[in-house]
Design a protein around this ligand. Structure first.
Ligand code: DHB
Ligand code: FE
Length: 284
């Protein structure tokens, strides 16, 4: 592996960072959720678990293995990873099913707000010797009625060509491959970045142990993460994928949708692709 990273990223490092990041940005207490919803949802989940115990005659050894594993998910700081890989895709589907514009995909555990602003036409922050194929991405942000959304904000973050995210793996510059772009008067943007590598969720922590024990694989296909926002419109959180990736059909996070597939073409310096976004007006 060729990388300028000087330390080996570890699940516990990215897990701990993901937990701290979630706590500081998003955590709202269970006390803020209406009692009727907690009663309904927690009750139904517990019922589903106990139904599985009865149906498959779960033994004490299996119950204790589960208990021990759940404890280690917390110790490894992997609750954000576990939930974003195996649960978030269903929440995202429910949240965006009414949309006429782009529906989106999971956010995942590695978003960081306020990445450096690069204007409408710019290069994402990256190392001087950043490895990977250059990717020039142009697009337009419009509303569902077809009108251009000038001043729309496109936040882009993705892994490097070794599959690592800045601020979650050690040794990478703070804002590496994280940038904020703002569309011009015609809603257009042009972003230069590199093509990310397929991403393997950390295998040395509790989630990795589950994957190995179940005989699953740990891969997500290569993907770009975006958040697209404009005044008076619903925030779009999405991911974009590359044709031909061997994990497009069996993404461990179940977050690939056909409409999120890019169609890049080869250029002298790398690749170029055109892909835009359609935002839904906010509902009142
Ligand atoms: C995970 C990582 C990702 O990059 C992503 O998009 C979704 C989930 C994870 O490790 O849980
Ligand atoms: Fe990701």
């Amino acid at each position: 592996m060729t990388t300028t990273t000087d330390t080996n990223p570890k699940a516990a490092d990215s897990g701990a960072s993901a937990t701290a990041r979630f706590r500081s940005d998003k955590a709202s207490g269970v006390a803020d959720t209406p009692k009727e919803r907690v009663d309904l949802l927690a009750g139904e989940v517990i019922e589903a678990v106990t139904a599985t115990v009865r149906r498959h005659k779960v033994t004490y050894d299996e119950y204790n293995a589960l208990k021990s594993w759940l404890i280690s998910v917390g110790e490894d700081g992997e609750w954000p990873l576990f939930l974003d890989v195996w649960v978030e895709h269903a929440v995202e589907e429910v949240a965006t099913e009414h949309r006429e514009g782009n529906k989106g995909a999971i956010e995942g555990p590695f978003y960081v707000p306020n990445a450096p602003e690069q204007g409408a036409d710019g290069t994402i922050p990256m190392r001087e010797d950043e490895h990977g194929t250059e990717l020039v991405w142009t697009g337009q942000v419009t509303s569902v009625d077809g009108s251009a959304l000038g001043g729309a904000v496109v936040e882009l973050w993705h892994a490097d060509s070794d599959g690592y995210y800045s601020q979650f793996a050690p040794g990478l510059p703070e804002w590496n491959l994280r940038g904020t772009f703002t569309t011009d008067d015609e809603g257009r943007f042009a972003i230069t970045t590199i093509r990310p590598a397929p991403y393997q969720i950390p295998t040395d922590g509790a989630c990795g142990k589950l994957i190995a024990a179940a005989g699953w694989h740990a891969w997500r296909p290569a993907h770009l993460h975006v958040k697209v926002s404009a005044p008076g419109h619903e925030l779009l959180t999405a991911q974009l994928y590359f044709p031909g990736d061997e994990h497009n059909d069996d993404d461990i996070a179940s977050a690939v949708k056909p409409e999120l597939m890019l169609a890049p073409t080869t250029t002298d310096s790398g690749e170029t692709v055109d892909y835009g976004f359609v935002l839904d007006p906010t509902r009142d």
